[in-house]
Design a protein around this ligand. Structure first.
Ligand code: DC
Length: 231
């Protein structure tokens, strides 16, 4: 097999605040692959639903909105920006009301259908590192490497707190841990693509690992897969 023709798919799943996006972004950078933040896509649709005053219970209207929505990721001055229908929602999607509503929206199977199709199209177009909840199980079931990151909710709350305060947002550690636990429960209990490791995922417990160690572990796993695939 010619390694230049391979489209690499690396799936990184795990619960809220485990550090998926930071790790996935850096792994993608290291490998020269595209990074796709699927959580940002669910968040961007949530933003639109809220701003168009559509009730969360109106799944048909939300489905129609999602089908027409144009989500774009851009990099400007080293900052990753998220746009939906040309509106820059980079900051708004990390705050309330999106924070509190996104889990409810992401439980809707019709919205998932639309976003999964977009994600699959991206994953089949170029080598990607994609992070989310259902990447290894639903979006990229044939990914060459599936990683499931885990960490205790206390450690995850601390990490998300640091992430937010580093970016200049106000944050409350206890409130974050509570929200993380609530979101985990909702994401694991939902019927549509619940959060769970793919059967062939490599599970990495990150509680006692630095970010660099997590990245190294993922690159090591990839090298194992590469040596099996290319020989
Ligand atoms: O990773 P995040 O916190 O930005 O994700 C926001 C929400 O979207 C979270 O509640 C779970 C949901 N989500 C999902 O259901 N499937 C994905 N692939 C990514 C995120």
């Amino acid at each position: 097999m010619n390694k230049d023709n391979i489209i690499w798919q690396i799936a990184i799943d795990g619960p809220a605040g485990v550090g998926k996006s930071t790790v996935a972004k850096l792994v993608a950078q290291k490998l020269g692959f595209k990074y796709i933040d699927t959580g940002a896509m669910y968040r961007a649709i949530t933003y639109l639903v809220v701003h168009e005053n559509i009730p969360m219970s109106d799944s048909a209207a939300i489905y129609a909105l999602a089908q027409k929505a144009n989500i774009e990721f851009k990099i400007e001055n080293d900052k990753e920006l998220v746009f939906i229908n040309k509106i820059n929602v980079t900051d708004a999607i990390r705050q309330d009301p999106v924070n509190t509503m996104v889990s409810t929206l992401s439980a809707q199977s019709l919205v998932r259908k639309v976003l999964v199709a977009i994600q699959q199209q991206l994953a089949n177009s170029f080598s990607t590192v994609m992070d989310g909840r259902d990447i290894g199980t639903v979006v990229m079931p044939n990914a060459q490497l599936k990683i499931y990151l885990e960490a205790s909710s206390a450690v995850r709350a601390q990490r998300r707190y640091m992430q937010l305060t580093d970016k200049g947002y106000k944050a409350d550690l206890q409130e974050i841990e509570l929200m993380i636990n609530q979101r985990d429960e909702q994401d694991k209990a939902r019927l549509a693509s619940p959060l769970k490791p793919a059967p062939n995922a490599v599970i990495i417990d990150t509680d006692n690992l630095t970010m660099t160690e997590v990245i190294e572990a993922i690159i090591n796993e990839l090298n194992k897969v590469k040596s099996l695939t290319l020989h």
